[in-house]
Design a protein around this ligand. Sequence first.
Ligand SMILES: C[S@@+](CC[C@H](N)C(=O)[O-])C[C@H]1O[C@@H](n2cnc3c(N)ncnc32)[C@H](O)[C@@H]1O
Length: 291
Amino acid sequence: MMTIQQRYLELIKSAILNELYPELEAQLLYTVLCAAHQQPVQLDLFWQARTDASLRDAVARAKQYGETIHLRLAPGHVRRDQPDLRNYTEYAHSMVGRRRLDHLQHCVEQILSEGIPGDLLEAGVWRGGCCLLMRAVLAAHDIHDRVVWAADSFAGVPTSSHAMDLAYPLDASVLPVLSVDQATVTDIMRRYGLLDEQIRLLPGWFEQSLPDAGIGQLALLRIDADLYSSTNAVLQALYDKLQPGGWVIIDDYGILPPCRQAVDAFRQQHSISIPLQKIDDHAVAWRKAAP
Ligand SMILES: C[S@@+](CC[C@H](N)C(=O)[O-])C[C@H]1O[C@@H](n2cnc3c(N)ncnc32)[C@H](O)[C@@H]1O
């Protein structure tokens, strides 16, 4: 039987991914698609959308793996696998999906049960969902001597002039959805009742904010920063602080070549040969070995 702590954490993950109200997501999906096709919303179809299996399935599948939903409005209903896009994350507090949230919880609980020393840090927090889950795990296990660091520009991805990043312009002028200001993130954390002294926000570009932030030992380093330059800046500033047995999680390794190249280059420079564990098509992780 699940403990009350496990039930709490399941509920937190459902809230982060907005899994609790699939009917509303299906209706929103229908409405957005009508707007995209400049078609009027029909009230009967709007209400039918609540129980439309194809809509609900599309939303649920996307939330498993943090994927984009591809849909088209067909006469009278909506179908999958067609050209129009709607990002499933519009109504979620993390874009990482269930698989990666479950894995993150597993890593933090393993760190606690094995006594790996140090704080938990995410670089690239967006709306803050992963930091919220880590803070919730600390709360569920009654841990008061570790903090969660949440590092972000709170202004989106930088414009990078690094050669590896040139083909991937992701800054706020191109992808405004990636730019979430600090007040919005703290407001979300407050709604969960989890904004307290065990969450430390670190605003600024990683290159400037991380080296002198006063971060001590780390037990978990979650990097979700898309670019070569951003991923490399985090690894250079923080990998040495990660304790043996600590986890490194790289969110974009499977889908963003600049991120993968930064990780591969860093691992090669530092002779890190510990195999990468695949979490899903996006993310990988490894545990730092004892020296
Ligand atoms: C894909 S989002 C992170 C998603 C998030 N981890 C989640 O759970 O949904 C990438 C984030 O990295 C941040 N970012 C990327 N490069 C950065 C840099 N060099 N300095 C500061 N923030 C950066 C962006 O502002 C953005 O919030």
